[in-house]
Write a protein that binds this ligand. Structure first.
Ligand code: NAD
Length: 471
């Protein structure tokens, strides 16, 4: 695989400026590769006509689209990586690992299993219908679906749902995040150049453009982002009785038990937390542990940060940047919520906030009120497992819950007595890389799930069929 050389900071700034003028609310067509103004209503009508005509239904069309998307990622991954660097300071290695190769794996897994996932499934028939009756389910595409993506993994979180929507045989409108403008511009150029524009459209833009799209009738809306906008999406969907998948966020706790190898825990926590400068929906939001373990963990977390990013993380190519000044200011305001163990500083001009660990954090402090979504890891102390479980259950259901323990009892109790989108035992983030696991939230962290066969379930209707012979 071709891995591009990481761009320097200067290159990133220049690229970012160049890329910051996407054509808003327009659809790019391959015929001209120029943006042509097409209203959302016209886009949806055009795609709906294509769906009705059966364009997206043949499995051969679906697999062809997936292979074309795969080719885009492998042949032009370097362009995407450069855009991700421009938007978020992502290193090339991180861009490939968490966005480009991630999506390629999702495509490969889907191509390998799609026939099986689409197969009709027989259902047992009750005796009162007679021995000659048969029942089964058929997996059918929904129609025209809308995918709205956020800025933090702006390629992966647009393309992985697109993989599922195409594999399920739908026409698709994708709306990249305007807060990752370089990535949005590259996707708006490359997707129409590779995919069937008769059934796949890219609409760029922010709130006005998304609001206009949401006024249209879709057959499913797949939204990833924050819960406030999730509510906007769900209200708009209700007008048309359109089902939604909401992939939201929240504060994902990491419980650390006594008597575990804290050096391993610190290393895994630091890797999971500071990836993408903490702007990961399933990043460990805060650590929950007893006071003795907290004291022992502090120097190990400091050591882990220094091992990952050196004494000066600002000069490390491996460390990302905060997406914009608004989020920089929000995060800066949280740095005073506890005693600084490591980090604690920032540079607004560079949108840099140091990987930071805060100790002695009061649960009532600002950093504990909302999802942090940045490189700040507070340590909150509890006396024991009962108090930890109570702490989690007193708050919104998280997208992920992480547990570091050697005790089966502790594992079982947390699994049984708490609710979260996913449960990571010993390793943050990794559950979402398992294509055979559903990825999604519960309660405030979202509804519905995707990846692998769960994407097919999300973007399909399972039609019940009963047959009773006439003679
Ligand atoms: P964002 O600001 O990019 O918004 C997401 C999308 O919603 C964008 O495409 C944007 O244009 C659109 N949007 C914004 N305001 C809108 C409005 N008023 N009406 C219609 N559309 C609107 O991203 P964000 O919300 O800041 O993303 C961060 C949040 O997303 C965090 O809470 C994070 O945890 C969550 N997240 C969840 C997942 C997941 O898979 N569950 C993944 C990544 C991020």
């Amino acid at each position: 695989m071709l891995v591009p050389t990481p761009q320097g900071r200067e290159a990133r700034t220049t690229q970012g400026r160049q890329a910051r003028a996407p054509q808003r609310g327009t659809v790019t067509t391959p015929a001209t590769t120029a943006a042509t103004a097409e209203q959302p209503a016209d886009v949806v009508a055009r795609l709906r006509a294509a769906f009705r005509a059966g364009r997206t239904k043949p499995v051969a069309w679906r697999t062809d689209q997936l292979r074309r998307l795969r080719a885009l990622l492998t042949d032009q991954g370097a362009e995407l990586a450069a855009a991700l660097h421009a938007d978020l300071g992502k290193s090339s290695a991180e861009a490939y690992r968490t966005e480009i190769d991630f999506t390629v794996r999702e495509i490969d897994h889907t191509l390998e299993h799609l026939d099986g996932w689409l197969s009709p499934e027989a259902a047992p028939v009750p005796a009162h219908l007679g021995a000659d009756a048969r029942a089964w389910t058929l997996v059918e595409p929904l129609g025209v679906v809308l995918v709205i993506a956020p800025w933090n993994y702006p390629a992966q979180l647009l393309l992985a749902p697109l993989v599922g929507a195409l594999a399920a045989g739908n026409a698709v409108v994708v709306k990249p995040s305007e807060l990752a403008p370089a990535t949005s511009a590259v996707l708006a150029r490359l997707l129409p150049a590779h995919l069937d524009t008769g059934a796949v459209a890219v609409v760029e833009g922010g709130v006005p453009e998304t609001t206009a799209l949401l006024a249209e009738r879709f057959d499913h809306i797949f939204y990833t982002g924050n819960g406030a906008v999730g509510r906007v999406v769900m209200r708009a969907a209700a007008e048309h009785l359109t089902p939604v998948t909401l992939e939201l966020g929240g504060k994902s706790p990491a419980f650390v038990d006594r008597d575990v190898d804290l050096a391993v825990v610190a290393d895994r926590l630091a890797r999971g937390k500071f990836l993408n400068a903490g702007q990961t929906c399933v990043a460990p939001d805060y650590v929950l542990t007893d006071p003795g373990t907290a004291a022992a963990l502090e120097p190990l977390l400091k050591h882990a940060v220094e091992t990952l990013y050196g004494a000066d993380p600002q000069s490390s190519d491996a460390y990302g940047r905060i997406v914009n000044e608004r989020h920089f200011d929000r995060l800066s305001g949280l740095l005073g919520s506890g005693r600084v163990v490591v980090g604690g500083d920032g540079d607004r001009a560079d949108k840099y906030i140091a990987p930071t660990v805060l100790a002695d954090v009061d649960p009532k402090s600002p950093v504990m009120q909302e999802e942090i979504f940045g490189p700040i890891l507070p340590i909150v102390t509890v006396e024991d497992l009962d108090e930890a479980i109570g702490f989690v259950n007193d708050r919104d259901k998280p997208l992920a819950l992480y547990v570091f323990t050697e005790s089966d009892d502790t594992r079982d109790r947390i699994a049984a007595e708490t609710s979260s989108g996913g449960l990571g035992l010993g390793l943050p983030l990794a559950h979402l890389t398992v294509s055979d696991l559903p990825f999604g939230g519960v309660g405030e962290s979202g509804m519905g799930s995707y990846h692998g066969r769960y994407s097919i379930e999300t973007f399909s209707h399972r039609k019940a069929v009963l047959e009773k012979p006439l003679s």
